[in-house]
Structures are given as C-alpha cells and as structure tokens.
Design a protein. Structure first.
Length: 390
C-alpha cells in the first residue's frame, strides 16, 4: 500500500542521469518503486543510480529495508500499480516517467523531481517557456484585475502560465491564459479536483491546456501534498510571479522553492497596510523583481523564441460578469464587500461588477459600512477599507 508520508530509507541526493524505460514492464516497475513505502524522490534516484533499473531496485528493496531495521517489508504490489494504470487509461491520462523524452526538461535536474507524473491534456505545452503565477485565495478587486491582466499579457507574449488550480489568484491566472496555454499542477490525484468549485475549470484545462499530478488516482489532497505540488509549479517555470500573498502563505513557500531551484522570483507590490500584500512586499524588500506589468516580467526573464513572441499589450478582455443575484443574506454581502476591499482605493462601479450586484442592492449596505467607519469614500467615486468605530 502506498504511503507517501513515511520516512525514506535514505533521502540523501545522488548524481543520477535518468534514461527512458526500455519497455512496459520497466515503466510499471518505476511506478511500483515510487509507490512503495519509504521511497521518496531522492531515495528513488539513489536506488535507480545503484541498481540501473526499477526492476532490479524492487528486487533489492526487502534487503535494504531489513538493513534499515524494517522487518517484513513488501514493495508496492504489481496489482496496485496496474489498478492505477487502468484508472489513468479511463481518464485519458498518460504517464511521464523521469527519463522519458516527454518528461518536463525543466524538472530533470531537480534533486526532488517527481519520478512519475500523470498528465492529462496537451503535453506539447511542456516544451514552451513557462511562467508560474501564484497568490492569495482571497484576492482583492485590484489584485484580481492585476492577475487577470498579467496572465493575459504574458500568455499573449508566448508564455505558458503555470499555477496550482487553487481559488483566487490561481483560478484567475488559469482562466486568463486558457485559450493560449495554461498548466495546472494538482495537489491530489488528477481525478480529484480541489477545490470542487474549479471542476468545470479543470475540465476546460484538460481540453485546451494540461493538468499534472504526481499523486495516485483517487488520492485526496492533504496538507502535506500542497508544498510538494508547489515545488513542481516553481520547478516548471522560468520564474514565479506572486500577486497578493500574506507573510505566511503557500505562495511564499513556492517563492522559496523558486529561489532554491535557481528560478527568478517576481512580486507585485501592494499597500503596506493590506495584509494580503505583506508577503509580496517582504519579497521585494529581500530582492525580488518588482512587477508593474507584463513588460517587467519579460524584461527579467529570457524572452520566448521569436516565432512564439506575439505580445499585444492592449487592454485584455474583462472577466465575464457574474450573474446578478439578489442578496437576501446581508451578512454575506457585508463579508463580500469587506473581502474585496483593501487600503488601496477601488472604484465603486468596479466593486459592484466584481461582486455581481446592482447599485440598488449594494447602496444600503455601503451606506451602513460608511457610517460604521468600515469603509471610506474618497473623491472620484473611490472606496477603500476604513477603521471601524467603537
């Protein structure tokens, strides 16, 4: 049975040059090896370097386990691996094994590169230059528009946008780049979409983009899986752009991974009093490249090949408006308004469009929030977060 949280036999990194699998039996053996207890990416590389093939490594595993003090050790049974292969076949996914010509070249030199990736969609996207975009799950109106514009402009320039299919900035980046190329790296199995609200988006990405996962089919995303997903997001990309992130967040873990992997780290600055921007501002303080628009990203990174460069920096199409809906739950509308606002002012019209509500529906709540000091109106129809009275 696969256990990905057990300590490895020996996670020390070794030099290893992966080769393509000779046949189907060796490919299945590689899947069995990485699905075996106490075998992580570094242990997998060491075993492959020492034994040459996954088949030989599997044969050696019981003796290695016994030497490490683990009695009655059994490698991942062939039936378990075959069931995973059948689940992938039903989903239309393909297996990318470290050493395969189709395996992402950007990951090959990482000491913790996933030995096996399941891919659903257009694997040709892995041959194009990639940029990762990550950020908060609770984006402000300004952050949402910045993420949408950045992703659309970078996609128009020929870059593939990589993110983690999370709500917020990830979702906006995927949607903006859907027509030109986006890659979603999932924390759980390919058939387990998290969050569930992105099920339709995941289906769209499978049709016109690419979804990747190192986890078995049926694996629910758990807390320990997200940092592992993040290393793949950053490892695929030339650089990581952070749009709104708290000082302690998964986005900053992705940025740290990028630094460790020798990737560029870029960040969009935010208002000093907005906690959603504190992580980005810390990155900028520590030397990250400041991003005001796609031009800053392109200048910091190697440009795409000439035949791919098709930058058109016009105003991107606005995200489709959300359907108007009556807000009978005043508490929900209260939370939504404050969640969209930050210290940086935003126009009232834009706020209402982002919320999908009419002026008549929002006016009483906005007036009440202003009287309570929770929002502040500024000249030109602008609104920002205020200081509650009391």
């Amino acid at each position: 049975m696969f256990e990905d949280d057990a300590p490895g036999f020996d996670e020390a990194a070794v030099a290893y040059t992966a080769r393509p699998a000779d046949d189907g039996a060796e490919r299945l053996a590689r899947l069995r090896l990485i699905r075996s207890r106490r075998v992580g990416p570094a242990t997998y590389r060491r075993l492959m370097a020492e034994h040459g093939t996954a088949t030989a490594a599997l044969d050696a595993l019981p003796d290695i386990a016994q030497a490490a003090g683990v009695d009655s050790y059994t490698a991942c049974p062939e039936g378990v691996a075959l069931a995973e292969v059948r689940a992938a076949r039903r989903a239309g996914a393909r297996m990318l094994s470290l050493g395969d010509p189709t395996y992402p070249a950007a990951l090959c030199d990482l000491t913790d590169a996933p030995p096996v990736l399941w891919a659903l969609g257009d694997t040709d996207l892995l041959t194009r230059p990639m940029i990762a975009m990550v950020g908060t799950r609770n984006a402000s109106s300004l952050g949402a528009r910045m993420a949408t514009r950045l992703a659309a402009d970078l996609a128009a320039a020929g870059y593939v946008i990589v993110s983690g299919l999370a709500r917020g900035i990830d979702t906006l980046a995927h949607k903006a780049a859907l027509k030109t190329g986006t890659i979603a790296v999932q924390a759980g199995g390919l058939d387990v979409v998290y969050p569930a609200e992105n099920t339709d988006l995941a289906a769209d990405i499978a049709r016109s983009g690419l979804r990747l996962s190192e986890q078995p089919f049926g694996m629910e995303a758990q807390a320990r899986h997200f940092p592992r997903r993040n290393r793949i997001v950053s490892g695929l990309a030339l650089g990581v752009v952070v749009v709104e992130a708290a000082a302690r967040s998964g986005s900053l873990i992705t940025a740290k991974n990028a630094l460790d992997q020798g990737r560029e780290v870029l960040a969009v600055p935010g208002h000093p009093m907005d906690t959603r921007a504190s992580g980005c501002n810390l990155l900028l303080r520590d030397g990250a490249t400041l991003v005001r628009g796609a031009e800053d990203v392109i200048e910091a990174l190697a440009p795409p090949a000439p035949q791919q460069a098709r930058m058109q920096l016009q105003e991107p199409p606005a995200p489709p408006p959300q359907p108007q809906r009556p807000w009978r739950d005043h508490a929900a509308l209260h939370r939504q308004i404050l969640g969209q606002l930050g210290p940086a002012p935003v126009s009232e019209d834009q706020l209402l469009r982002d919320l999908g509500v009419s002026t008549g529906e929002a006016a009483p709540m906005l007036a009440a929030l202003e009287l309570d000091g929770e929002i502040t109106r500024q000249p030109g129809g602008l609104i920002s977060i205020g200081t509650p009275r009391g």
